[in-house]
Write a protein that binds this ligand. Sequence first.
Ligand code: SF4
Ligand code: SF4
Length: 309
Amino acid sequence: MIGRTSRSRGDRRFRFARWTLLLAVLAVSTVIGLLHQKARHLGVVGVDALCPFGGIESLWALLTAGVFIKRIAWGSVVLLAGAVALNLVAGRVFCGQFCPLGTLQELFGVLRGRFGVTRRESPRIVDVPARMLKFGVFGVFTWLAWLFGTLVIRPYDPWVAYHHLTSPELLTEFGIGTAVLGVSLAGSFLYDRFFCKYLCPMGAFLALFSRVSWFRVTRVAPACVDCGACDGVCPVNIEVSKVRTVVDDSECIACGLCVDACPKSEALEVRGRRGGHLTPLALVGVTALAMLGIVAVTTLLGLMGFTTR
Ligand code: SF4
Ligand code: SF4
């Protein structure tokens, strides 16, 4: 019998560890945002200075003039470096195991389950071109930031809007970002990871080279029993059960959910190009160690810059 009750591989430790990491990062980010808004005297930096996309937006100024553009600090570059290094090793684990905006969207997917609503999937004719949008968002806003030396995306950024939920500027300066946030969360309630799939510039950047990662989800067709459990849990709607060998799709966010859901341990694994494999739990561990490690080291060196003084 194949199904949820016969699943031999579902690992509670993985799901617990993954949600612990996701929620912890979301909680810390939220607290930093609140302190920035409500306790200005503490000098806590704004969300922009702790977003890896800010590192990309500031890269030109940093390389050509040795300065950051306004609101960006080393924290953005540190997180960007961590996300890129992890991308080369294990794919988009930054998205699948760490990003707080991804977590917020997944929480709305969980909410859908609680309400007994069925997940929807956009028709291919809409879905395929819509997924290209995020590459446009990435290209246009990176170019504008490099051109003008300022965070042009800021008023449209749902993550900045989230960090201004208690601000009087929420519906004025950040009105569009708030609308994007609302659409993204409502979309994630129905479709899963709506913003990640269609609009996120950071996800687009990581997708550009996620295919070269060392570890990738790999399917061993003869061992597969075609139960479709992997397809059902994939938050970005990859048909894992149809993949011939490797999930060579830049949309994969390396969440590990498909591997965890597979009832046949030998059918689906996160494998290295020259052997070896990572369990879904190890994906979480590697992400936590790399991201928290790099933040801890740069904080100890006084480079992270959580405060402006
Ligand atoms: S695609 Fe963007 S919002 Fe989604 S998890 Fe990745 S960085 Fe976060
Ligand atoms: S293919 Fe698997 S690891 Fe990749 S996003 Fe889908 S469920 Fe997650």
